[in-house]
Write a protein of this length. Structure first.
Length: 349
């Protein structure tokens, strides 16, 4: 028996533009237009081409596309708090819409929100070639040494208080007003507030709306307690609220702190909602499974992400480089569950 020589394996060639065109039933020119994110392709055809690209594993040549169109097909995203519930959901929506639109996402997540970190993140993204940047962190806008990019399209998620850049935000004030008015409408004399950190743009707006709603109603305004968004801080501060028999309603600036508050109330023997009503903010996936299920303000972070990409792509496509200051606002919704009820009836002596 003679020893057989090994059969050489053929190296599989990567899929070509022609392969995508054949699978999608379009011309190579159409595939090129989709790969370069041109607008002169109807949506049904675009989706068919994108599906064919995904099925074949086709990757457009970004260098060639940049030379041909002046674009890199890349969106940069900066976030200083990727673990935050809203930020992670916004980022997920940005990634999904960017992919559908033919863009990749380059994420930079500095650990510390400082002006220097912001400048380094912008420099890193622009050096790597991005067509625009989405900033998912309004807190950095309060930093005196912040340095936002110039000459590259920019959209801010979480709102821009100075309105100097296009931004998308949930209407924090409307959500906080709805939560506070709901508790007052149930008959509570006043509403206590467990706020987020004082350096948080979102927390300040929620606290301000809570304050304004109480003032308009002629209700007493209790002192604000400041947490750090964590359930632990909600529990720690909740023990102080639970010890005060005058507390019958609490608006909490996020659901995680509300969870800690509910635990503190339970340990103090104060029932939710029979003795104390609690409203949260965010509507995290677990809030419907709290005990009791939490009344909260639902924020549509996915819509914020979608609108961010839409506004950014409009800027990228605007070859006239007109300055845009679009401020898009998403309206939150109060979700009433089982953690709120009318105040307890005073016991007769």
């Amino acid at each position: 028996m003679t020893e057989s020589s090994p059969v050489p394996t053929k190296t599989r060639k990567p899929p070509s533009q022609a392969d995508v065109a054949a699978l999608a039933g379009v011309s190579s020119q159409t595939v090129s237009r989709v790969a370069n994110n041109r607008s002169n392709v109807d949506e049904a055809t675009r989706q068919r081409v994108l599906s064919a690209m995904q099925l074949l594993g086709y990757q457009p040549n970004s260098a060639a596309r940049a030379l041909a169109t002046g674009r890199f097909g890349m969106i940069g995203v900066i976030s200083f708090s990727l673990s935050a519930h809203g930020n992670s959901r916004t980022l997920q929506a940005i990634s999904e819409v960017a992919r559908i639109s033919g863009y990749s996402v380059n994420l930079v997540g500095p650990e510390v929100a400082t002006g220097g970190a912001m400048e380094q993140a912008v420099t890193k993204l622009t050096n790597q070639g991005v067509d625009g940047i989405i900033l998912i962190e309004a807190q950095i806008l309060d930093h005196p040494n912040r340095n936002l990019p110039h000459g590259v399209p920019l959209v801010i998620a979480d709102g821009d208080p100075d309105q100097r850049h296009p931004s998308v935000d949930n209407n924090q004030a409307a959500g906080a007003e709805a939560a506070t008015a709901h508790l007052l409408g149930l008959g509570h004399r006043t509403v206590h507030h467990l706020a987020g950190p004082q350096d948080s743009h979102s927390a300040r707006r929620r606290a301000a709306a809570w304050f304004d709603t109480l003032k308009r109603a002629g209700a007493p305004v209790p002192p604000v307690l400041y947490g750090d968004w964590s359930a632990e801080s909600g529990y720690r501060l909740g023990r102080r609220l639970a010890a005060d028999p005058e507390v019958t309603a609490v608006f909490v600036a996020n659901d995680h702190m509300a969870l800690g508050l509910v635990k503190a109330l339970h340990e103090a023997g104060r029932r939710v909602p029979h003795d104390v009503s609690v409203v949260g903010f965010d509507d995290v996936a677990e809030s419907a499974f709290f005990l009791p299920p939490l009344t909260t303000v639902h924020q549509d972070f996915e819509q914020v992400g979608r609108l961010c990409v839409s506004l950014l792509l409009e800027q990228i496509a605007d070859t006239g480089h007109r300055e845009r200051r679009v401020q898009a606002v998403v309206t939150p919704e109060l979700v009433v569950r089982e953690s709120t009820a009318p105040p307890p009836v005073p016991q007769s002596r």
